[in-house]
Ligand binder design. Sequence first.
Ligand SMILES: Cc1cc2nc3c(=O)[nH]c(=O)nc-3n(C[C@H](O)[C@H](O)[C@H](O)COP(=O)(O)O)c2cc1C
Length: 376
Amino acid sequence: MRLLTAGESHGKGLIGIIEGFPSNVPINIDEINADMARRQQGHGRGGRMKIEKDKVEIMSGVRGGKTLGSPITYLIVNKDFENWRPYMDPIEPIDDGRRVTMPRPGHADLTGALKYRFDDVRNVLERSSARETAARVAGGSIVKQLLKPFGIEIHGHVVRIGSVSAPLSSTPEAPDWARVEASPVRCAVPEAEAEMMKAIDAAKASGDSLGGIFEIRVTGLPIGLGSYVQWDRKLDAKLAYALMSIQAIKGVEFGMGFEVAEQPGSQVHDEIVYSEEEGYHRLSNRAGGIEGGMSNGEPLVVRCAMKPIPTLYKPLKSVDMDTKEPRKASVERSDACAVPAATVVGEMVVAAVIGEALIEKLGGDSLEEMLERWKK
Ligand SMILES: Cc1cc2nc3c(=O)[nH]c(=O)nc-3n(C[C@H](O)[C@H](O)[C@H](O)COP(=O)(O)O)c2cc1C
C-alpha cells in the first residue's frame, strides 16, 4: 500500500491517492472529516484555520460506502483559492503581488529556491508548507478504518510544549484519551495544559514560536508486524521514516527513547513471562512495543520532537534574493505553535505505516480474507 499526496497550499486543492488498499472496507466519511477537524484545532494555530474547514471528497475507489480494491483518490478543496487565483492560477500569467524574495530561516525557502532555480520563493513554500499534512490526515484516517475491524487503535497526546512538560510523559500508563480530546493543547494533565497555553500565548505575544514533543500510542497490534530480516522491512525504521517526514519533526524515539543510552541493560530490557490467558508478555514496556524491527505484542509507544515554527512575526535576519542585501525574513500567515495539530498528523502517519505492515503480514485482496488470516 502506498499513500501519495499532491497540491499547493493556496492552489485549487489537495489530492491524495492510496494504492494497494483491500476491498470491502467500510468507509465512514464523517470519521474522516472529524479527523480533518482535529488537525485544525489547537491553541496557537494561525488565522488560516478560521478560513478553512476542510472537507474530504472521495473521487474513486469507494462505492456505496465500501472500498473496491482500486486506487482510492480524494480531494480537499482549498476554500481560499478564489482569493489566491491571481497569484496561483495554474495557466494564466501570475500577478507579482505575492512574490516572496526573503527566505525564512528554518523553512525550505532558500534551499528550495536554489535547488529548483526559482526567483520567487512562493514556488517552494506553496508545497513545502504543512498544509500538505491535511492530505496525509485524510489518507491516514482512511487507513484507520481498515485497522478498526482488527481492534487496532491509535491515539496521540502532547507531552511537551517549549519548556513545559506533562509529568506523565515517561509513565507506562496511557492518558485519559477523552481528556486529551477535550484539551486545547491535546494534553491530559490540567496543570501542564494551563502552563502550555500560557507559554504559547507568551511566545505569540513576542512574535516568537514554540515546538514540543508528542507521543503516539498504538494498542491491539499483533506480534510480528515488520521484520528483522532486511533493514528496510523493520517496523521501527518505517515508522521513524514516516514520522520524520512530517514538516518540522526533528527527532523520533521509541519507548524509553534516548534514555536507553544512560541505563544498564537490566533497567532497559523488558522481562518475558508466559500465562495461559495472556500467552507471552512482558513485565514492562520500555522498548515501546518493538524489538528487532517487529511489533512484540505490547503497546507501541513512539514520541516525536517538533522544532518551533520557522515563520516568526518578529522575523529573523535573511537576505533579499533579488538584491543580496540584508533584510528581515518574509512573514506568511502562521501558527505560533502547531504541536497539538502535528500530534493528529502523527497519528495518521502511524496509521498508514501500520496499515501497510498489516497488509504485508496478512496479504489478502479483501478485508474478509485479511480477517480470516488474523490470529493475534
Ligand atoms: C501541523 C503543522 C503546522 C505547521 N504550521 C506552520 C506554520 O504555520 N508556519 C511555518 O512557518 N511552519 C509551519 N510548520 C512547519 C514547517 O512546515 C516546516 O518547518 C518546514 O516545512 C520546513 O521543514 P523542516 O522543519 O522539516 O525542515 C508546520 C508544521 C506542522 C506539522
